[in-house]
Design a protein around this ligand. Structure first.
Ligand code: FAD
Length: 432
């Protein structure tokens, strides 16, 4: 008889961990706090006549494991080359129409960012200090914030360059090159639905207590006790930070310190449906130094019949103003900024506006923000977070992805497989 294993969380990491262990013959139960699988993957199929992503949207990298999973599931991808069609400024112009100095700035920022991969580091510092040290002025730093830091769901001054360098050195998905990006035609949620087939998943089961004892683990969720010989915990580090799960015995000091080191900032999407397409046909990436700094069109590549939809992904400090507003005010403020970015009038946008939707991940109790980053001086935190605790407790999730790209779906998938293998090795050892 194979022992029982509990996986906590039915996001990308939890589902891949469960699938891997299920395939190895273990009895796996997934406990999920909310009423749905997916975690930070959520696809809206009602907003338009194609799937619109409220959480994760792109596959980053030609070699990302997600592509294999998409293929295995009989799904398909739509390639997107965001940086290839970058527009910048207020209004946002294509590279060819920017001033020479702005064009040079974009190119040199990218070059110096990627040079981090092999730069000798004599200590850690923020990405802001790294660029300032290279002589970038306030214009350059603001552009770096929009084009580089906000993608990491952080602001320039809170990102550790040692952590970024580690990621660049272990990247095997090609996730850091924009030309390998794609969307899933049928939506990310469909991929997770396919992965979850055949798994035992208990929804509405928020875990409150994890006890480790001689006989294994007892995990309490919604008034039920689940016994297991091993447990894989995949909840976001932002949730762990809130101490809503009690551990008996407590987690090790190193683990607790690592948990409290991470920062998870706001991540908010503003999504608009219009009666007409009011933006350029190749709107892969419209960017400018404003609160609503980064926009793209989810209808891109979906054919002539696709309903015109444009969305803004606003993160970290820039999302604060939107998160403090109600839906109506947030969507309206977004529309004002979109008009500036497109160089059109607000009246013109309002005339064609059909519907809007805002999702603030900081307000989701089981996500508490976008995805986690480590501040300068804490680049070891991911490794420590990923380390197993005694008694069969294992850790997965995007924040633990130290040997691949954190902050991504494929990083979460890979972390789930890693933790499943660790649990398998542990169980083989104790059964022997
Ligand atoms: C707005 C946004 C845009 C993004 N865009 C992209 C993108 O384009 N490409 C990309 O690769 N990545 C993107 N990401 C990141 C990606 O979504 C995450 O890295 C990935 O989905 C994380 O998976 P996970 O399994 O680690 O965590 P989650 O998906 O958060 O899964 C954890 C699960 O644990 C559950 N849980 C929490 N607490 C408990 C509890 N006490 N008991 C039981 N269950 C619990 C949660 O409900 C959740 O289902 C984006 C994220 C956001 C928020």
């Amino acid at each position: 008889m194979h022992p029982r294993i509990v996986v906590i969380g039915a996001g990308a990491a939890g589902l891949l961990a469960a699938r891997t262990l299920n395939a190895a013959g273990y009895h796996v139960t997934v406990l999920e706090a909310t009423g749905a699988i997916g975690g930070r993957i959520r696809t809206d199929t009602d907003f338009a006549n194609f799937p619109v992503e409220l959480g994760a949207e792109f596959i980053h990298g030609s070699n990302a494991i997600t592509r294999t999973l998409v293929e295995e599931s009989g799904l398909s991808v739509i390639p997107v080359n965001r940086m290839g069609n970058l527009r910048w400024g207020i209004p946002a112009l294509p590279l060819g129409k920017l001033s020479l100095s702005e064009r040079k700035l974009i190119v040199s920022l990218q070059r110096d960012y990627h040079a981090l991969a092999s730069a000798p580091l004599y200590g850690d510092m923020s990405l802001r200090d790294y660029f300032a040290g290279l002589g970038y002025d306030s214009d350059g730093l603001r552009m770096a914030d929009v084009l580089l830091a906000q993608t990491c769901c952080a602001s320039l001054e809170t990102l550790s360059i040692a952590d970024l360098q580690r990621e660049m050195q272990v990247d095997h998905a090609g996730g850091l090159a924009y030309d390998g990006e794609a969307r899933i035609e049928q939506g990310y949620a469909e991929l997770l639905r396919m992965i979850s087939r055949g798994l035992t998943i208990r929804l509405h089961s928020p875990v409150s207590d994890i006890q480790r004892h001689g006989g294994g683990l007892t995990i309490y969720a919604h008034g039920e006790a689940h016994m297991a010989r091993a447990c894989i915990l995949t909840v976001p580090v932002s949730v762990l930070k809130k101490d809503t799960i009690r551990f008996d015995p407590p987690l090790s000091r190193a683990k607790r310190d690592a948990i409290h080191t991470f920062r998870t900032e706001r991540a908010t999407k503003l999504i608009y449906r219009f009666s007409e397409r009011l933006w350029p046909d190749d709107a892969t990436y419209l960017t400018g130094d404003m609160d609503a700094a980064r926009w793209w069109a989810p209808d891109l590549g979906r054919g002539d019949q696709a309903i015109p939809v444009i969305s803004c992904y606003v993160t970290a400090n820039r999302a604060r103003v939107f998160d403090l507003m109600d839906d109506y005010a947030a969507l309206r403020w977004g529309l004002v900024q979109l008009a500036e970015l497109l160089g059109t009038s607000q009246y013109q946008l309002e005339r064609h506006f059909v519907a809007g939707k805002r999702i603030s991940w900081a307000h989701e109790p089981y996500a508490r923000g976008g995805y986690a980053h480590v501040p300068p001086g804490a680049a070891d935190a991911r490794v420590t977070l990923a380390e197993p605790e005694s008694g069969g407790l294992f850790f997965a999730g995007e924040a633990t992805a130290y040997d691949t790209n954190p902050q991504t779906v494929h990083g979460a998938f890979e972390s789930g497989i890693r933790a499943a293998r660790e649990a398998d090795a542990y169980l083989r050892d104790i059964v022997r």
